[in-house]
Design a protein around this ligand. Structure first.
Ligand code: PEP
Ligand code: MN
Length: 255
C-alpha cells in the first residue's frame, strides 16, 4: 500500500481514494465557484484549476495568472475544498503560498531547478509524467523533490505520446501498478489529458481505479464548447456526476 499524503486534511493514498475535479483553466469568479460547487456535490474532494497555463502557442489563453490563484482561493473559502494548481516557474513560488497542492505539469517534469525549489517546501506536490518520459525518469524527478526533504509527493499518469493519434495521448495504465511496485507514493490518473475526448474519459477513469489508482483527476467545465482551454476533453457537471458515481462503485468493490 502506498504512503498517505495529506492535502489540508484530505488524505490520499494509504487506502484513501480521492476525486480531483475542476476546469482546465480558471476563467472567471462565477465559472470557478460554480464548477467547484457542482463537483463537490458529486463527491470531488479537491478542486483543480489552472491559473498559469503552459500553452503550445503563445497566442492562446495563458491563464489569469495571479488573479486565477486568488479566484481559486475564493472558491476554497466558499466550498472548503483544497485546491491544486500548476506552477510554471520557481519565480512564482510566493504566489503559491496558500495553495494546498502545487502541480508540476508534464512539460516541467524535468525542470530540475523547479523540482529542487519545491523540495525545500513542505507542500504536497502533484508531479505529472512528461509527454515522453519513462517511469524511471518520473521517479528520478520525484527524487529531486525528496532530496530537499519534501516527502509529500503524488505521482500522476496523464498519458504519453505514441504513434496513435486518435486519442490525444495514450494512457499508460500499467504505470499505476509499476509505480506502486517501485515506490510508495500515491498515484493519480488524469484521463482527461490522456484521452482528449470527453466521452472517453469515463471508461478510462473507471479503468484507472480498477488498476489501483489512489485518485483520479478529471477536467470539468460548465460550458465545454466555449472553454478557453481543453473544452473537447472536459465533462459537463452532469456528466461528471455520472462518472464520479461509477468510479466510486469500482472503488468500493476493491476496498
Ligand atoms: C493540466 O493539468 O491542466 C495540464 C496542463 O496537464 P499536463 O501537464 O498533463 O498537460
Ligand atoms: Mn487541461
Amino acid at each position: 500500500m502506498s504512503a498517505c499524503v495529506e492535502i489540508s486534511g484530505v488524505k490520499i493514498g494509504g487506502g484513501h481514494f480521492q476525486l480531483i475535479a475542476g476546469p482546465c483553466s480558471v476563467e472567471s469568479k462565477e465559472q470557478i465557484i460554480g464548477i467547484a460547487e457542482r463537483v463537490k456535490s458529486s463527491g470531488a474532494s479537491v478542486l483543480r484549476g489552472g491559473a498559469f497555463k503552459p500553452r503550445t502557442s503563445p497566442y492562446d489563453f495563458q491563464g489569469l495568472r495571479a488573479e486565477g490563484i486568488e479566484l481559486l482561493l475564493e472558491a476554497r473559502r466558499i466550498t472548503g475544498m483544497p485546491i491544486v494548481t500548476e506552477i510554471l516557474s520557481e519565480s512564482h513560488l510566493p504566489l503559491f503560498e496558500h495553495v494546498d497542492v502545487i502541480q508540476v505539469g508534464a512539460r516541467n517534469m524535468q525542470n530540475f531547478e523547479l523540482l529542487t525549489m519545491l523540495g525545500r517546501t513542505d507542500k504536497p506536490i502533484l508531479l505529472k509524467r512528461g509527454l515522453a518520459n519513462t517511469l524511471a525518469e518520473l521517479l528520478g524527478s520525484a527524487e529531486y523533490i525528496l532530496a530537499g526533504g519534501n516527502r509529500n509527493i503524488i505521482l500522476c499518469e496523464r498519458g504519453v505520446r505514441t504513434f496513435e493519434t486518435y486519442t490525444r495521448n495514450t494512457l499508460d495504465l500499467s504505470a499505476v501498478p509499476v509505480l506502486k511496485e517501485l515506490s510508495d507514493f500515491p498515484v493519480v490518473v488524469d484521463p482527461s489529458h490522456a484521452l482528449g475526448i470527453s466521452r472517453l474519459v469515463g471508461p478510462m477513469a473507471m479503468a484507472a481505479v480498477a488498476a489501483g489508482a489512489d485518485g483520479v483527476m478529471i477536467e470539468v467545465h460548465n460550458d465545454p464548447a466555449n472553454a478557453l482551454c481543453d473544452g473537447a476533453q472536459s465533462l459537463t457537471p452532469d456528466e461528471f456526476d455520472i462518472v464520479a458515481e461509477r468510479v466510486r462503485r469500482i472503488w468500493s468493490v476493491l476496498m
